[in-house]
Structures are given as C-alpha cells and as structure tokens.
Design a protein around this ligand. Sequence first.
Ligand code: IMP
Ligand code: MG
Length: 190
Amino acid sequence: MTLTEPDPSIDILFSAERIAARVEELAEEIVSGTADFSGSTDPSGELLIVVILKGSFVFAADLIRALDRAGASPRVDFITLSSYGAGTASSGTVTLTHDLAEDVAGRSVLIVDDVLESGRTLAFACETLRSRGAADVRTCLLLDKPEKREVPIEADYVGFAIGDQFVVGYGLDMAHRYRGLPYIGVVRTV
Ligand code: IMP
Ligand code: MG
C-alpha cells in the first residue's frame, strides 16, 4: 500500500475533499452567527474555542484555520473527556481527565467535538462550562448520530449526520488506531 492509496480495510464515508469543503462552510456559518453569541462580559468579546480531546484535534485544527480565513481569530483551549476507554461502546460515565487552562467565566464559548452519539459527553461539557459561569455556550460537532441519542441535546453546528456506525479517521480512533487517515470511514468487519 502506498501512502496515497486508501486503506483497503476501510469503507470511505467522507473523503478528505468533502470534509474540507464542509469545514469551510461550518466556519462561515459560525462567523455569521457570532453576532448572536450573547451575554459575554469579556471586554475583548473574544470567542473561546474549547476543543474536546482527543478525537476532535484534527477537526479543530482545520476548523480554526477555516475560521481565520472567514475572519475570526478565536482563542483556543483543550479539555480531555473520556467515556469510551479502548472499546467501541460508551461506558456511560464521562470523566474529565485533563482540564482547561482558561477561566471561562463571562466568556462566549464554542465547544468543538468529534461525534455526538448518546449526548452524554456534550451534555457533560456544556454543564461543566455553564457551572463555571460561561456567558454563552455553543457547540460544533463534526458528526452527529441522531439515532443513538440518550440525552436530549442537539448541536448548534453539525458537519455531517450519520447512522448507527462506528467511524474512524480524521482524528477518530478505534482502539487507538486510524487517527491519521485523511478521510472518515467504517472499518470492514469481514
Ligand atoms: P457520547 O457521549 O455517547 O455522545 O459519545 C461521544 C464520544 O464518543 C465522542 O466524543 C467520541 O469521542 C466517541 N465516539 C462516538 N462515536 C464514535 C465513532 O464512531 N468513532 C470514534 N469515536 C466515537
Ligand atoms: Mg470525543
């Protein structure tokens, strides 16, 4: 296999080109919506992007550069939340394994995460930031699996909706593999 050939064990759902085009659109949507981010008491009015690690680091890296092209220059911070361990089924309990460096009180925050599935991770992140006094909390998810929702929560910005399938690539892993793939796909089981 050469570096440019797709991994034969993966069925590609979203190509690198399709992801790049959608990330550009999302950045435009976010920038045109930032006027609606309300209640910030931060005098700089700066948007703070909170990236939920690890799965969304590739998406976030592309999104902040697309935001810059769209005219926004947000601050960026990171939080590590875990609900999966090394398997492909959520454990049901979200744990905070690495906290933010920034104080979010009074800030307008945009949470960036990879996949919205049961909703527990996103709900936990939103509750945590609101309980710390964030003035406005919005959410941007690369992928949404609406069929899998167990907690009533929706994202403000969604890249793509998908069915009940476990996906890898573009930062997403299966037991720590496949994060470096430029596309998003499903691992073939046979
Ligand atoms: P939730 O808490 O059930 O909504 O799960 C969300 C988290 O599970 C995401 O932040 C991902 O890290 C992980 N996750 C959910 N589905 C997938 C998938 O298909 N591939 C890789 N990670 C996933
Ligand atoms: Mg995650």
